[in-house]
Write a protein that binds this ligand. Structure first.
Ligand SMILES: [Zn+2]
Ligand SMILES: [Zn+2]
Length: 157
């Protein structure tokens, strides 16, 4: 894919994520002032923190803050690309939105996130952009991650 298209796509992702993080911060501040756990709503003994437990903090962070969600998803997927099955170091893996945010996918919903290796992630993004340019291709097909049935062009050696 052309580098310009890729960086435009990345810029859009960052914009969407920024709005989401802002919402997370606001919810957290509101919960802290009301002394209710921001994740489960239970009343809190103090206003020092907006979480009733470590578990609630972990879940809330995973849903609202990208770095935390990324760690949760990588661990859940056992550092394995869900498209080609390769196992790799954290730095060689990327966390992908199964349904693109631009197509209404949730930015930080674990069910909409998956681990992909870099080549698989790029291939999927190429497919996504190509699908948008070509209206004959159904959108639902355009956003599916590549599978082995797609042939070797999606799986560079
Ligand atoms: Zn809680
Ligand atoms: Zn892969």
């Amino acid at each position: 894919m052309r580098a310009a298209a890729y960086s435009r796509r990345r810029a859009a992702l960052v914009r969407d994520s920024a709005a989401w993080f802002g919402a997370g911060r606001e919810l957290r501040e509101h919960a802290r002032r009301a002394a209710n756990c921001v994740e489960c709503g239970r009343a809190l003994a103090s206003r020092r923190t907006p979480y009733c437990s470590r578990g609630c903090r972990w879940r809330f962070h995973g849903r609202y803050f990208w770095d935390a969600a990324r760690r949760v998803v990588l661990r859940r997927d056992r550092y394995t690309c869900r498209s080609c099955g390769i196992r790799a170091r954290q730095s060689a893996l990327e966390v992908d939105h199964i349904q693109e945010i631009a197509n209404g996918g949730a930015p930080l919903d674990y069910d909409n996130l998956q681990t992909l290796c870099r080549p698989c992630h790029r291939a999927k993004t190429v497919r996504f952009l190509r699908g948008r340019r070509n209206p004959l291709l159904p959108r639902s097909l355009a956003i599916l991650p590549p599978t082995l049935d797609d042939g070797p062009e999606w799986f560079p050696a």
